[in-house]
Design a binder for this molecule. Sequence first.
Ligand SMILES: C[S@@+](CC[C@H](N)C(=O)[O-])C[C@H]1O[C@@H](n2cnc3c(N)ncnc32)[C@H](O)[C@@H]1O
Length: 287
Amino acid sequence: MSFDVSADAYQRFMGRFSEPLAARFADLAGVRHGQRVLDVGCGPGALTAELVGRLGADGVCAVDPSPLFAAEVAKRLPGVEVSVAAAERLPFPDGAFDATLAQLVVHFMTDPVAGLREMGRVTRPDGVVAACVWDHGGGRGPLTSFWHAVRELDPSASDESGLAGVGEGQLARLFGQAGLTVAESTTLTARARAGTFEQWWQPFTLGVGPAGDYVASLDAQRRALLRERYRELLNGGPVEVSATAWAVTRRGPGDHRLRRNALAIGADESAPTPPLSTSTAKARSPW
Ligand SMILES: C[S@@+](CC[C@H](N)C(=O)[O-])C[C@H]1O[C@@H](n2cnc3c(N)ncnc32)[C@H](O)[C@@H]1O
């Protein structure tokens, strides 16, 4: 899994979704002034910056196994305590935080249950543990049309729908397996835009995440075919893509309500992008 990329490459590829997502995710977790909060799998700092805006740098710690991303956050957000570490082994004592958040990370953890359990361990017993992952399983992720194009051209390719937690109810089940009582299970939606298809496509060539890895593995001819089919599926430009994430919170004892609802970012974003029809997704292999 390639997150060994520059912060700039990540920002251009996924930051266009994770930055708008961060504000709503922090709202969901009830982050407020005076708390001490940990951002697990911070990447280049989309959520970390949102937390600093609410708590000040003193109230925020961040970890990521990528030294490049950790260094970027330390540079970008002076005063934040940043460590190179994975969720499965957090370098903090029990109960160190009021809230521990992981935005778009659980599906990339080596051991998601162990990672969530550690997030619970370092959080006060009455604190909040929250995670969100894209709905790759239900066809509402930011890369759904991209993976449809890939699978049309290469039915044997692996998309991201098999990653941990990305199907309906799966993230809540992982919380349960980690011993975390689910208080709320909901969805969050973010939307990204580009003026032209070219602007939208270029970040796919930067090698970020599974999609970037896949594009990097193609020769020039296959890459051009994929690019063209993806352009067709997005109806050319300008491009606007809506993406929905599953979001789950654990609150402390005394708040064991299970709430299900949907929160959308932006005034016009409550309607999810409809999944592509099976006719557009059917196998066709010119490769
Ligand atoms: C899709 S990015 C999300 C980054 C950031 N949270 C955001 O919302 O933009 C996934 C991040 O998870 C990190 N990651 C991968 N495995 C991890 C693990 N086991 N524990 C913590 N973070 C991990 C990657 O290095 C990467 O920064």
